[in-house]
Design a protein around this ligand. Structure first.
Ligand SMILES: Nc1ncnc2c1ncn2[C@@H]1O[C@H](COP(=O)(O)OP(=O)(O)OP(=O)(O)O)[C@@H](O)[C@H]1O
Ligand SMILES: O=C(O)C1=C[C@@H](O)[C@@H](O)[C@H](O)C1
Ligand SMILES: [Mg+2]
Length: 186
């Protein structure tokens, strides 16, 4: 699909960041606030395979998962007016970075390691890349991954925000940028 000519207001918004920072939770709330369609790429992958992510990894392997992740992001990133939450590993693929940076507004949701590690107990079950790994190992992954998220249009530090507050913060920032970029009357 070609989307030449989409204005900044029409472009889809993509939430990136490490596993568990709140892309799905905050993205869903943001979509409600902006009256947009919400797409969670992990959930779409699960629908396509009709199974949960840990089973996809186990049965088909990570490469197959990554190929489907790219295919779906390619589709949704070229549509207008979506709020898209991608998985924590999506930006490891350069093609995905390029697709999102070109077609969408990319928001990096960030929290510090100190805040993140308090969440670990609610995350490990559904995330195969966390399961069975030591805290030290996970910290290394957390730090390694930061480089892939450095390509973005805006970064939001959301450590101290509840999900609802984080969504307000993002919505306010987006509305402000849309006002700034609004066409001026002649
Ligand atoms: N702002 C927040 N404050 C506290 N807990 C939060 C916040 N945002 C999300 N959570 C909780 O953290 C957990 C992970 O959130 P979520 O699934 O949205 O992360 P994610 O970034 O989409 O992760 P993934 O990359 O694995 O898809 C959930 O249990 C959610 O309720
Ligand atoms: O960070 C990652 O590599 C992943 C994050 C999750 O959102 C899922 O996409 C999957 O568990 C892999
Ligand atoms: Mg998610």
């Amino acid at each position: 699909m070609r989307n030449f000519g989409l204005s900044i207001r029409e472009k889809s918004i993509v939430c990136i960041g490490f596993m568990g920072v709140g892309k799905t939770t905050v993205g869903k709330l943001l979509a409600l606030k902006l009256y947009r369609n919400f797409v969670d790429i992990d959930a779409e992958i699960e629908k396509e395979f009709a199974m949960a992510i840990p089973q996809i990894f186990e049965l088909y392997g990570e490469q197959v998962f990554r190929a489907k992740e790219k295919e779906l992001i390619e589709r949704y990133s070229q549509q207008p007016l979506n709020i898209i939450s991608v998985g924590g590993g999506a930006f490891l693929q350069k093609e995905i970075q390029d697709l999102c940076m070109t077609n969408c507004i990319v928001l990096f949701l960030d929290i510090s390691w100190e805040s993140w590690k308090d969440r670990i107990h609610i995350l490990t079950d559904n995330r195969p890349l966390l399961k069975g790994r030591s805290l030290e190992d996970i910290k290394s992954l957390f730090l390694e991954r930061q480089n892939s998220y450095s390509l973005n249009h805006s970064k939001f530090q959301i450590d101290n925000f509840k999900a609802e507050e984080a969504a307000d913060y993002l919505a306010d920032a987006l509305k402000l940028s849309w006002e700034i970029h609004a066409p001026q009357p002649k």
